[in-house]
Write a new protein. Structure first.
Length: 205
């Protein structure tokens, strides 16, 4: 019997995308076990979501460490002990160093609320709305250490209507994220993702 595909979710806030992954795991659509939540804010609501779901947590406060590398080495040890196959960033509000990025090259993904390479960085939803584009969306990409610069795995378009405001557009974006992210994780769990440089293909059996 093969071991289950194991993921660790890194999150810092409310945990809505974390919850969508949990729900997909429970209904059998994720194809993976969420083995660990890594969170740098022990009081964040995502921690309670993990506890309700029976998921182990690695909680830490960055200020307790001398450097980012120090706490990332501790995280890396936790990941190795649990046999983590994929790191899934879901609102993790810390910059990552090569300690983790290099260790999990090709096995660390993030979701961004725009159609990259348009509107990288913070406030991507507001950037798109203020620019006046007619479509935006969400992008799941590999993490390469740059600012939203990793190779694109999947994108989902979100249309901006004339009467949209920041709140309505955020709602649309969040719904798209919660639909796309579990699907992409399932592709990894099923061995469907193939990486050749910046070109990523998804090949289903």
């Amino acid at each position: 019997m093969t071991s289950p595909y194991r993921i660790a979710v890194f999150a810092s806030g409310q945990g809505s995308n974390f919850q969508s992954l949990v729900d997909s795991a429970h209904n059998g659509r994720l194809g993976a076990e969420i083995a660990l939540l890594v969170c740098n804010k022990p009081q964040a609501p995502v921690v309670e979501r993990a506890r309700k779901a029976g998921i182990d947590c690695f909680l830490f406060e960055p200020k307790a460490y001398a450097s980012r590398g120090d706490y990332e080495r501790e995280i890396a040890a936790e990941l190795a002990e649990r046999g983590i196959d994929l790191i899934v960033l879901a609102g993790y509000m810390l910059l990552l160093t090569p300690v983790l990025v290099d260790l999990y090259a090709g096995r660390m993904i993030n979701i961004h609320p725009s159609l990259l390479p348009s509107f990288p960085g913070i406030n991507a939803i507001g950037q798109a709305l203020n620019y006046g584009v007619k479509v935006t969306g969400v992008t799941v990409h590999l993490v390469d250490g740059g600012m939203d610069s990793g190779a694109v795995i999947a994108q989902q378009v979100v249309h901006i209507d004339d009467d949209d405001n920041i709140h309505s557009l955020e709602d649309k974006i969040h719904r798209a994220e919660q639909e796309l992210y579990p699907r992409v994780v399932s592709w990894f769990a099923n061995g469907c993702v193939h990486v050749e440089g910046r070109r990523i293909t998804v090949k289903h059996d």
